[in-house]
Ligand binder design. Sequence first.
Ligand SMILES: Cc1cc2nc3c(=O)[nH]c(=O)nc-3n(C[C@H](O)[C@H](O)[C@H](O)COP(=O)(O)OP(=O)(O)OC[C@H]3O[C@@H](n4cnc5c(N)ncnc54)[C@H](O)[C@@H]3O)c2cc1C
Length: 415
Amino acid sequence: MKVAVIGAGIAGIATAYELAAQNHDVSVFERHSASAEECSFANAGIISHYESAPWTRPGLGWDMFASLFKSQAPTRLLKLRWQELKWLKKCRQFSHVEAFESNFKQLIQLSQYSQACLHQLRQQLRFEYDQSQGHLVLLREQDDELASEMALDVLREVGLNFKILGPQEAREIEPALNPETPIHQAIYFPEDETGNCRQFTLLLKGVCESMGVNFHFNTAVQRIEPGSKPRVVLADKTQTFDAVVICAGLASSALLKPLGLKVPMAAMHSYAISASVREPLDAPKSSVMDEHHKVTITRLGQRVRISGAREIGATNKHLDASLKMLYQVLDDWFPGAARIQDNIQVWKGAYPVLADSKPILGATPAAGVWVNMGHGLSAWTQACGSARVVARQISDRQDEIDVSGMGLNRFYKRK
Ligand SMILES: Cc1cc2nc3c(=O)[nH]c(=O)nc-3n(C[C@H](O)[C@H](O)[C@H](O)COP(=O)(O)OP(=O)(O)OC[C@H]3O[C@@H](n4cnc5c(N)ncnc54)[C@H](O)[C@@H]3O)c2cc1C
């Protein structure tokens, strides 16, 4: 089949690879001049089942209200527009225990499948990129246990491997943790991992090229015309395919809307500060998450990346208060680990979050149009598996995991 993929972030490149591996004739359209220039550019790099837990959880309404009065809230509500208010209202519909447990179980299944696909690719393609093993979640105080408890109950139920550690054991795993910052408890996930998403995306793009995938950079898709031979409309011409897959990240909804398909999603913004390692003995070995602030500190080769501070209703402008929290958390846990005085990269990315915190995978009601989008804060974690799911469905092959709860039909509305 002749298949068009829109978007060359991690979702689009992984989808192009899986389609090419199933012998389709693939063309990728990307509005930037290179792959991984938007949300896949400088993410925290964590592949974690725990961190895939739905954002929509019991207590969300109260947490959002309380965040208005905190100077260091993990998620800030800024200038909310009507669209975001409607989305927040919809999120509250999923903020109860049953929805959290059921959605989280589906997300764990997808992220486990995805990690297995990633390992298979890594081995098969002999990829080498900045990568490390294990993820440590640090709880500063007893209250932080409440935030993690519900997710841990689900992980226990599905039999996922993790260890609850005392302060001393946590410091054995990450010896550079500042001895002056008290640890109440820690949770260690030995099977989670960290990897440079952009590096991986660029490597996989190279493999796609060698498999004959056609790349059209600096080429924005204006719209899609569905049908048995769907058409991709560009500024200067129109091209016909057998299938079109939208992997356009945050911009996916703009391509779906003219087809009469609305999805309850909103943009969440988050930051990543990358700096060179100053002294390896003072830096983390893998990734550490401060549960209280929802800030992660990741080691990516010779760099340390501090990531977090979510904003809803934000613009691309950097907020001093958000950046201050990231520097503060780094200083609390790994003072002196990074050269934050010179040559730092401060990046703000925006990702789409669906009201039920699950991605949308598979066919849409518009003929010939497919989607792989809406992974929220976990597209790197879920990329390889989601791509395989969509490519197998396009190839008319049976799903290898149950993705029945991840179709667009769960909430689409036709105009
Ligand atoms: C600070 C931060 C930290 C994060 N940390 C993690 C983490 O630790 N683990 C994890 O799993 N995830 C993490 N994420 C989330 C992850 O980065 C995203 O979910 C993921 O990169 C999204 O990939 P994507 O391919 O769907 O979208 P993108 O990377 O945004 O790619 C979409 C592409 O589509 C292109 N496009 C859009 N519209 C058009 C059009 N009309 N025509 C042509 N091209 C178009 C865009 O230019 C873009 O290149 C983080 C995100 C942020 C912001």
